[in-house]
Design a protein around this ligand. Structure first.
Ligand code: 13P
Ligand code: SF4
Length: 304
């Protein structure tokens, strides 16, 4: 069944000149079928470079929106339109506008995990892969509103010595990882290094040997000399880690012993069956107004 589905997807993809982009948090089989797998930064760049007529974005809504903003003339499809993001949902454009009104001189630095409307209100976008670099390039005395991830914002504040005003948003997957459980895991695997995504809370990040985006973590485990790792992020990334480093050991830092609690339920909505239907029917499609695209493009292009 899976084999024939994979064949059908491959055939439709060729017929329609489509490209499949996928995030590291996808199910294993979805990572395998994607033409390109990456973190948010690499996926945005890839979306800009593609010569395909159709981009099928296997990821979540804000990622597919980003691909559309960068490729207004292409059709961008998302296999499940319900694939949202708790972090993006925490920041409504109208509420951000109110905060901007209270801080008329502030620059808005938005983490890419936000809606297209929030991007239209932003001065520059960043990802977990370039956030430190981008904030470091802004004038030292510049007032900054950082939205929507308060954990990433707090991490940047600590690293740069800034006092950015932080939006009160979190990713529910990373925010539920608790330091006590990680300490337990470290006791169980004392030889393992702890690597963490900056969407984790400050107590977890304080314990980490390395903090970075999904792509940065993957690079780290390939070049570092440790032989085992406790991984504090979404569980999908283990698939690539084990592929790239078959001789190393990886333990997911689940907050409970209940398997699957680190799965992003939105990322996991992407399935082979839905991908097939999406390519066949060319729906669900991401539709944005010209004005939204024009305004949201500016801060994205500034980042890129
Ligand atoms: P990356 O930018 O590291 O891929 O992270 C995206 C994301 O959604 C993390 O939860
Ligand atoms: Fe959003 Fe968190 Fe899922 Fe990433 S892991 S897409 S931030 S809910």
């Amino acid at each position: 069944m899976t084999e024939s589905l994979v064949e059908d997807i491959t055939r439709l993809k060729r017929q329609k000149n489509a490209v499949i982009l996928g995030h590291y948090y996808l199910r294993d089989e979805m990572q395998d079928i994607a033409d390109f797998v990456g973190d948010s930064l690499a996926l945005s760049k890839q979306a800009m470079q593609t010569k395909a007529n159709i981009i099928v974005f296997c990821g979540v809504h804000f990622m597919a929106e980003t691909a559309k903003i960068l490729n207004p003339d292409k059709r961008v499809l998302l296999p499940d339109i319900e694939a949202g993001c708790s972090l993006a949902d925490s920041c409504k454009a109208a509420d951000l506008q109110k905060l901007k009104d209270q801080h008329p001189n502030a620059m808005v630095v938005s983490y890419i995990n936000c809606t297209a409307e929030v991007k239209t209100l932003s001065d520059i976008i960043c990802t977990s892969g370039n956030a430190l670099q981008i904030v470091n390039q802004l004038p030292k005395n510049q007032e900054i509103l950082f939205v929507p991830d308060k954990n990433l914002g707090d991490y940047i504040n600590k690293k740069t010595g800034r006092q950015m005003i932080l939006w009160d948003g979190v990713c529910h997957v990373h925010n539920q990882l608790i330091a006590e459980r990680i300490i337990q895991l470290k006791q169980q695997h004392p030889e393992a290094a702890l690597i963490a995504h900056p969407e984790c809370t400050a107590p977890v990040l304080a314990l980490a040997d390395f903090v970075g985006s999904t792509a940065a973590m993957l690079k780290f485990v390939q070049t570092d000399t440790n032989q085992s790792y406790i991984v504090a992020t979404e569980s999908g990334i283990l698939y690539q880690m084990r592929k790239l480093c078959p001789n190393k050991l990886f333990y997911i830092a689940e907050s409970t012993e209940q398997c699957g609690c680190n799965d992003c339920p939105y990322m996991k909505l992407n399935t082979l069956e839905k991908l097939y239907q999406t390519l066949l029917n060319e729906t669900p499609e991401i539709i944005l107004s010209e004005e939204t695209i024009r305004k949201a493009q500016k801060p994205l292009l500034r980042m890129l």
